[in-house]
Design a protein around this ligand. Sequence first.
Ligand SMILES: [Zn+2]
Length: 487
Amino acid sequence: MNQADERTANEYGERAADEDDEQSRLALSAHPLQRVGAYALAVLGKAASPEHLTPEAFEKAVKTVTDDAVRAALERDTKGEKGFWLKSSLSLFPNSKMNHLSNAKKSDETIRDAVQKWRECPEPQVRPAVACVLCGRDAVGFFGKVDVPLAESVLYRNSTPRGHAGMALCRPCLCSFYALPYGCRLTGGPSIALHSWDERFMARTLSRRVERNRQLIALGRADHRGIPAREVLALQALRHHEDRLTSGVELLVFSNNNRGQTLEIQSMEQPIAEWLRRSSRPPRRRGFPALLRAHATADRPGIVGLARNAFRSPDRIVGACSRYLTARLDQGEIRDDTAELAELCFSLTIEVMLMNQNEIAEIKAAGTQVAAWLKAENSAGKLREFNSTLKEQRRMRHWLMRRNIDALLDTANRIEGPLVTENQFRLLFDPEVEQAWFHRQLLIVSVVQRLHELDFKPGDRAEVAAEMAAEEKEHPEDIDYMKGEES
Ligand SMILES: [Zn+2]
């Protein structure tokens, strides 16, 4: 061989090696499930992130995934003592060599060979000359629902080229899908994946999830802790995350099952996710137990209610807090945890709802005045009267106007100035003010917050409580009659 030939041969060899290398290097794509699987592979290969996974570590991680698939397949029975990983495969890789019905009658060796062959990378000569639809590098084949959850689903049709039953994928992207179950909360039915564009959050969250799943694989069982509400998984991950979140989080609940492919996506925006993260960690977490109590019902833990509100509509969190804070006002009672919860509530309005800070200051000022008036009256009866106006803005407005006049006519001058200024009235009741109803909720929170600071313990509390107990025994119609109300 002359020198020139030698150089060409070397270059060719290097290029081939580079190409092979490329098929052992993970790249993150825009597909959330590929990303979850890529992070899972990185954790299995003990790398800080998918980009840091060396080709050698990638091969080792892929081997772990294949070995676990073989071991699960050899169980044969999904209901067996160690059948959980196999059962989970039904909703990820249905009809694959791993869980084929005919496996029951096959020898260990046949099953092992079949699973390994299924997971092997197609030889270079049979690879199509097309690009991976996810990362743009050379694809190694077209893959359908046996390999890739939702590959042929209408839910993800945008990533499936026309005329092909499946997606053109490179090997690293394909292997990411094989590793996907390690990154999910497995239920035996639909799988739950938590995704974010915040890479640090992904690395940490997936690291914990993969470790947990590896324990479960070793045990062969489902998680004994039971399946929490899916939304709660997001809150658990946020509570563990130490850094500021740079993106929101998404919850993907999917099944690739034979009976039908399903995918549900719920999104939590960055501001509410970051607020929940900060609020559940020191130093702010002092108020978090109260936040949970505010969301608890007789048959549902507070964390579930809170998580659902966070995904669906964060302003409902303020509603739950104000209901909780006012629940015992009729008895003249201010809850002990009022200060912490009210503080959380106001931080939510500023950090998540991005409300105008001057307007919030105005509402708080009105709340301080109303609380001062109630404190001066020192009456549980008056507090109850105010509380009863909350449900109806017309009555609330009337009550506040009336107290304004009382305060102005008060010769003892117990309260300085009007209770509620003209501008504050506008913020609370003007139909042109879009969030007036929300302002009214905040007014209540600030009244209760201030009464708590003033250590409000009205003298007639026992009397009012007795009166209420008596009323409870009476028939509502009789009470109405005594009040002179007509129906
Ligand atoms: Zn790819």
